[in-house]
Design a protein around this ligand. Sequence first.
Ligand SMILES: Cc1ncc(COP(=O)(O)O)c(C=O)c1O
Length: 462
Amino acid sequence: MNEPSITYCDPEACVAAGCVPTVCTGAGVPSNHVLFERSRRAIPGGVNSSIRAFKAVGGEPYVVARAEGATITDVEGTTYLDLVQSYGAVILGHAHPAITSAVSAAVGDGTSYGAPTPREMKLAEAIGARVPSCERVRLMNSGTEATSTAVRLARGVTGRDRIVTFAGNFHGATDALLVAGGSGVATLGLPGTAGVPDGAVAATIVAPYNEVPELDERVAAVIVEPIAANMGVVAPAPGFLAGLRAECDRVGALLIFDEVITGFRVGVGGAQAKYDVRPDLTCFGKVIGGGLPIGAVGGRVELMEHLSPLGPVFHAGTLAGNPIATAAGLAALDQLTPDVYIELMARARHLAATLRDACSSAGFVASFPVVGTLVGIVCGDHAGTVRNFDDAKRTDERAYAAFFQAMLAAGVAMAPGAYEAIFVGLAHTDTVLAAIADAAFEAASTVVAAASTEPGSTTLAP
Ligand SMILES: Cc1ncc(COP(=O)(O)O)c(C=O)c1O
């Protein structure tokens, strides 16, 4: 790893403020705490995405100065092995040379034009070439925009209102889909969210994950995470996705796969290739932007042509198909050959096995389900049987919070919420995975030692 670069925003002010000289933040502040306090005065809760606030695990977030490969370094100069990887947006590792050079090369040509560009065309082609259900691809700015556009498109195409979603799936901050969601909605214990009028969710039907609901002709679309990765990591039960396909076909509803996490993470063709089920529409985000803001909707020509300007379903965006994000996305997809996924699957299995061993040797009860390249964590003695959100919610959130804090103290950054996935990428080499396993043993032992004084704790092995 290179030494962190020294970049003083204002040498005198920074030094006077006591900034750690190795990783000057550019903000002239001396510590995570001081910077976060300052953020709180400028940004609600100090964060721009709720999950980052550590509300579920306690304490305050580390404030990141830089990241490279598998590591992330805070403004105080503390470096962690990172299992968050921007919640799955980063798959090659932080600051991968393929991404940084593509971005550097692109940025000199201007950062946004409001006109078509060659790179957005190439990225749409690259997605279509790898995911055959995506005959046309519309690029946008986030996964949230992708799911809201897909829902609008499905309603526009079918002339129907109803949307079926699954408890514990998360589709971003899309009003119609913010019901019984996973990820931050689950972490913060919210049944939904204030500010969404009843009307926005009146046509949303929530079904249990892994059960094929009976639909009728009022349903415009079923939207599903084909591998659930926002209530831990939950595999689709055999026949679930094919059953959804058949049920949608029976009533003329569209099947939308939300592959914002799984797209280009579980394999070249995403979850739809892994399970051999073809959706009508697919939502993407995260990996296709190489760590820059992006989203996309893909689908069959005759559906996608309902989008404006060809059709009546409106979609537009000032920064949609952004030239820097598309440069990064193309660079990422270039690296992601089928062999890479074989390697990532091996690493995911290896990480889960070593975490399992480390926790069980320390007497900490947790399971680490693996689906393809995705790893989850379930704490407590209900582990191992998760098929849906009700099962997932039996995870011991307090045990996770304790494990999270102990892992952080041992030098490993996990997501500050019990329902997030553990993201393994190309930067997680055997050496890194071994270091994570050692940290996990230390962390699990710390949690067990603390829990042994708490009667009735389920985090201890019997
Ligand atoms: C499955 C899924 N869909 C949609 C989204 C929303 O994507 P974004 O955060 O880019 O808006 C997320 C975010 O984590 C997600 O996990």
